[in-house]
Design a protein around this ligand. Structure first.
Ligand SMILES: Nc1ncnc2c1ncn2[C@@H]1O[C@H](COP(=O)(O)OP(=O)(O)OP(=O)(O)O)[C@@H](O)[C@H]1O
Length: 445
């Protein structure tokens, strides 16, 4: 991680000249040093000439060229670093000023002819800046008298002025922390699962592979409007579900995952199939709980059960199709009954090892009651529409989040912070090719 200096005031020309001289030290030193230490000018000139000839020869020989370049970089890099600090500081000072986050003071002076003049003095907050290959981490100390709200309202301005996207924003004890992403998160490689751990890679965040530990943070909620890469993202998840785990898929779109049937998956494509899968999953929860009770255990792994996944794609289509007519006996409609079962799975699924992965195209509280939503502890938003972000992460956490480009999303696991991540583009044909050998092993067994 590199540190960038934040200049509260525009650095002067002397500082610039100082860094420039430092940057060209390897080229200036052979000229100045001999002259400085040897009083005999002819000898100094000869040493200088010898040094330059050596540098010239070293720069042309393939074996030593790299050494000369590295020495040059060491010094010149510092000068460039100064230029970057100047440039970023300038942009930040402008942003702070335009955002009204600068304290202004006026100084009145009386001139020689008794004329009064008023000078504006600007006090910028002190700050530190760090940078890695992907993010810029900015920390400002609030000026006494400033409020959190003043900063919150303007935080996006920092992202816009630096041409970055906002990754996170936090204020604590007068310290404002802003993380901006300027580089690309690389997510070229599909993650194949090679271990038995009860976790799945969701993609890549700035710190590397992003893993969802579904044992501790059960159930996933995925929201992504059409075209945001939902199906691609699900393929990235499905390919990691180990063949010995139980996987059921309700496919509301009736196209996306239907062909998984050919590979031995239990896929439901219509309403009755969807109802069956939800009922079965809830019965599974019940049965596992009963077995755990009789064996005096409290976790499904202790009764030798495997993780069970119920993946519901396009949940709204499936829930919408359910009848809302109240049953005379139970006083409950079919939709209410199924939502009740889903709620039960979401509440008791963790101990039983039954995981819900619910995918929505649009956020809609009618089909995603708060109680279910709150129990889906891994929340993922692709695309990043404001309503989707608010529904998944709540108003506070989503306030400063911008929409993201294709292949990116935001994730929040448990009570953690919202993180930007990227997932690989994963073609359907490759996915099916990848699954074929896995499932045929199960079929042979
Ligand atoms: N991670 C990614 N990087 C680059 N392109 C991607 C990525 N994920 C998906 N895409 C591209 O975006 C397009 C839409 O992807 P996908 O079909 O998965 O989206 P979707 O949200 O399921 O859309 P729909 O709801 O219309 O089916 C595809 O052309 C796909 O190649």
């Amino acid at each position: 991680m590199k540190t960038i200096t934040f200049y509260q005031k525009k650095p002067g020309v002397f500082r610039f000249m100082g860094w420039l001289s430092y940057g060209i030290t390897p080229w200036l030193a052979p000229l100045i040093l001999p002259l400085a230490i040897i009083s005999d000018r002819t000898a100094a000139g000869a040493i200088s000439l010898l040094s330059y000839s050596s540098i010239g020869i070293f720069s042309t020989l393939p074996d030593t060229r790299q050494i000369v370049y590295s020495i040059h970089q060491l010094f010149w890099g510092q000068f460039r670093h100064h230029l970057l600090s100047r440039q970023i500081s300038k942009l930040l000072r402008e942003t702070l000023l335009n955002a009204g986050l600068v304290k202004k003071e006026y100084q009145e002076t009386t001139g020689a002819k008794g004329r009064m003049s008023r000078k504006e003095i600007l006090h910028y907050p002190s700050g530190t800046i760090h940078k890695d290959k992907i993010n810029i981490y900015i920390q400002f100390k609030m000026i006494p008298g400033q409020t959190e709200q003043e900063w919150e309202r303007k935080v996006n301005a920092f992202a816009h002025s630096l041409g970055c996207s906002l990754v996170s924003f936090q204020i604590s004890r007068g310290i404002v922390e802003i993380t901006l992403q300027y580089g690309e998160i690389q997510a070229n490689a599909v993650t194949y699962k090679t271990d038995m751990e009860h976790n799945l890679a969701l993609g890549y965040a700035t710190g590397g592979k992003l893993t969802w530990d579904f044992e501790h943070f059960p159930h996933a909620l995925i929201i992504g409007p059409t075209g945001t890469g939902k199906s691609t993202f699900i393929r990235n998840l499905l390919v990691q579900l180990r063949s010995e785990w139980i996987v059921k898929v309700a496919d509301g779109k009736q196209v996306e995952f239907t062909h998984l049937q050919d590979l031995g998956f239990d896929v439901a494509t219509d309403t009755s199939g969807f109802i069956r899968l939800v009922e079965e999953a809830q019965i599974e929860v019940d049965q596992r709980f009963k077995t755990m009770e009789t064996q005096r255990k409290n976790h499904y792994s202790q009764i030798k059960e495997k993780p069970y996944f119920l993946v519901i794609d396009e949940s709204i289509y499936l829930l919408e199709a359910l009848s809302t007519k109240k049953d005379k006996e139970t006083g409950q409609s079919e939709r209410e009954r199924i939502l009740g079962l889903l709620r039960d799975i979401s509440l008791r699924g963790r101990a039983a090892g039954v995981q819900l992965v619910m995918i929505f195209q649009r956020p809609d509280s009618t089909f995603m009651p708060t109680v279910i939503r709150d129990n889906l502890t891994a929340k993922i938003v692709l695309g990043g529409s404001k309503t989707a972000l608010e529904m998944a992460f709540g108003k506070d956490k989503s306030k400063q989040l911008d929409s993201v480009s294709l292949g990116h999303g935001y994730v929040c696991i448990g009570d953690g912070r919202v993180e930007l991540f990227r997932f690989p583009d994963y073609a359907q044909s490759t996915f099916l090719d990848d699954l074929e050998p896995q499932r045929s092993i199960v079929a042979i067994q």
